[in-house]
Each structure stands twice: as structure tokens, then as C-alpha cells.
Design a protein around this ligand. Structure first.
Ligand code: SF4
Length: 299
């Protein structure tokens, strides 16, 4: 077995460049975000399952993997969910990858990520932290078991101070829940203050079953507003998309706010041209060969 390639779902407008992807944990991620798309996949339902012998599998795989593309941890469960403190599966895998010179793309909502700063200094690494709001009361509603926005920001600041490239993922934006532009500007402004390089944003794309879960989690008025926002949406590749003009209008305004703070901007799976000033997953910060992309897309 070689390192598994990340599944670029072109039909869902994914613009990621080739990379590998590893999920150190299976089952339902314990952060329990109401909008999590991973519940779409059977492997990511049910209790969290630590992949206890993953380190050995990764060691075998890197020996057979010649092309040193970046390795993302992770797309379907958080690599730093609470069980990681006990099992250290993510850390052991990162050690093997860093020893073998693979660049790393970390995507997380957890401040446990700062534990591995020493490994991020051994190989080109980009850390993306998902922070969808600064408002604790909203975060605890839509991401009930994830660390608070404040703890996430503190972790991002610590990593940025170590000169490790960081990306703020405002992913997803849920219409009428965390879509207020003033609130989004506070997020971007806070990110620019701590040295974040880029904002990558997306609008929520519910999977089947989302609205049932959402109804159980929020008050009637919030539920009604979000349901209405998606009433004229369309299903694409198993995800419900807001109409393109609604998405473009919100993301264009967030883009100009972000550029005003001197940060790069990108969108995730939106399929709207000329919004991105850089590559969505932060790859440009650990793959120098791609700099020419940045120059041509700032107009
Ligand atoms: S942190 Fe990511 S993987 Fe975990 S529940 Fe939230 S959206 Fe899903």
C-alpha cells in the first residue's frame, strides 16, 4: 500500500491539488459539529475508533511512496480530537511523515495541535484552524464538543509565532447563524493581528439528514430561517448548495474584507471563478513551486 490520495471530488467543485490524506480516527468525530459532512460516509459514523496500528501502516506506505506530495490530516475526523491525548496516533504518524520529508497539511479545531509544534518544524507544514465564529454561544450550538473559539485562536497564535504558516478556515458559514459580516470581519481582523496568512471560507452544504439533526439542536426560529435559506438551493454530488448568487454575494464581500487586512483569500468547494487569491488548502505555503499561481489571481 502507498499513502492514500485525497479524493478530489471535482463534481463538488473541489479545487485541491493532488495530496495524500490520512484519518487517524474512524467513527463519528467527537467534536460533534452539526454541519459535519463526514456523516455521509459509513466509516465515519458510530463511536470514535482509534486506528491503533496506523503508525506501522504509514511507515510501510511511505517506503513505497516516491512522490512527496503534502499529506493532509484530516478530511473526515479531527486528528486532534480528545482521544488523541491518550493514544497519540496522529503524533506517531506525523513523526514518520516528517522523518521521510513529507510536507504536512494539518486541519483541526483543537488546541491540542500545539503539542506537535516540534514536529511541524522538521518538515514544511501548514496548520489550518477551523473557527466559524468568535461567539461562544454560537460555537457551542453548532460545534458542541470542540474547544472554544478563544482556545483555538490562542493555539493559532502560538503556532504563527513559531513562523509556521497558518490558515483560518471559516468553514462553513451558515446563513443567518454565523454569516453576519461584522462578526466575520472581527474574525478576519483577529486573524491578521496574530499573523495568519490566509482565510479559506465556505458556505454550508448540508448532507442528507442535516435538517433533522439541526432541528433537534437549535430553537424553532433559527431552524426556520436556515431551512428557508436553503429552500431554493440545489443538490450537487450529495450536498445541498445555496443558489450561486447567494454564495457569491456573501463570499465576495468576505473576500474584500480579507484582502483589506492583507491576507490571502480562498473558497472551499464553491465553484465560483476568480475568488481565490491562493490555493484553498494552504498548499502554496509548503510547496514553493506553486508561487506563480498567486501572482496571476489578485486582480
Ligand atoms: S471537527 Fe470536522 S470532522 Fe469533526 S465533527 Fe467537526 S466538522 Fe466533522
Amino acid at each position: 500500500m502507498r499513502l492514500p490520495l485525497f479524493n478530489v471530488v471535482k463534481s463538488a467543485f473541489c479545487t485541491c491539488l493532488p495530496k495524500y490524506n490520512i484519518n487517524p480516527y474512524l467513527g463519528r468525530c467527537s467534536h460533534g459539529c452539526v454541519y459535519c459532512y463526514a456523516v455521509k460516509f459509513p466509516s465515519f459514523r458510530g463511536p470514535v475508533k482509534p486506528r491503533l496500528n496506523l503508525k506501522e501502516k504509514v511507515r510501510e506506505a511511505v517506503a513505497r511512496t516516491k512522490v512527496k506530495l503534502p499529506v493532509m490530516l484530516s478530511d473526515c475526523t479531527d486528528p486532534y480530537q480528545p482521544l488523541e491525548e491518550k493514544y497519540e496516533i496522529t503524533r506517531e504518524c506525523l513523526k514518520v511523515l516528517a522523518e521521510n520529508g513529507f510536507p504536512l497539511l494539518i486541519v483541526t479545531k483543537s488546541d491540542l495541535v500545539t503539542r506537535d509544534i516540534d514536529l511541524f518544524k522538521r518538515t514544511p507544514t501548514v496548520v489550518s484552524m477551523s473557527i466559524t465564529t468568535l461567539r461562544e454561544e454560537i460555537s457551542s450550538l453548532i460545534e458542541p464538543n470542540a474547544p472554544s473559539p478563544e482556545r483555538r485562536f490562542k493555539a493559532l497564535e502560538k503556532i504563527a509565532k513559531e513562523k509556521i504558516p497558518t490558515v483560518l478556515r471559516i468553514d462553513p458559514i451558515i446563513p443567518t447563524v454565523n454569516s453576519d459580516l461584522e462578526e466575520l470581519e472581527k474574525l478576519v481582523s483577529a486573524a491578521s493581528r496574530i499573523g495568519v496568512k490566509q482565510v479559506t471560507a465556505s458556505t454550508m452544504k448540508p448532507v442528507r439528514g442535516f435538517f433533522k439533526r439541526f432541528k433537534e439542536r437549535v430553537d424553532r426560529e433559527t431552524y426556520r430561517r436556515v431551512l428557508e435559506a436553503y429552500s431554493d438551493g440545489l443538490w450537487i454530488a450529495g450536498y445541498k448548495y445555496l443558489p450561486v448568487e447567494k454564495r457569491a454575494s456573501l463570499l465576495r464581500r468576505l473576500r474584500s474584507i480579507t484582502l483589506n487586512y492583507g491576507l490571502e483569500f480562498a473558497t472551499c468547494r464553491e465553484g465560483i471563478q476568480n475568488l481565490n487569491t491562493n490555493i484553498c488548502d494552504g498548499t502554496a505555503y509548503c510547496r514553493n513551486i506553486l508561487n506563480h499561481y498567486v501572482v496571476h489571481n489578485k486582480e
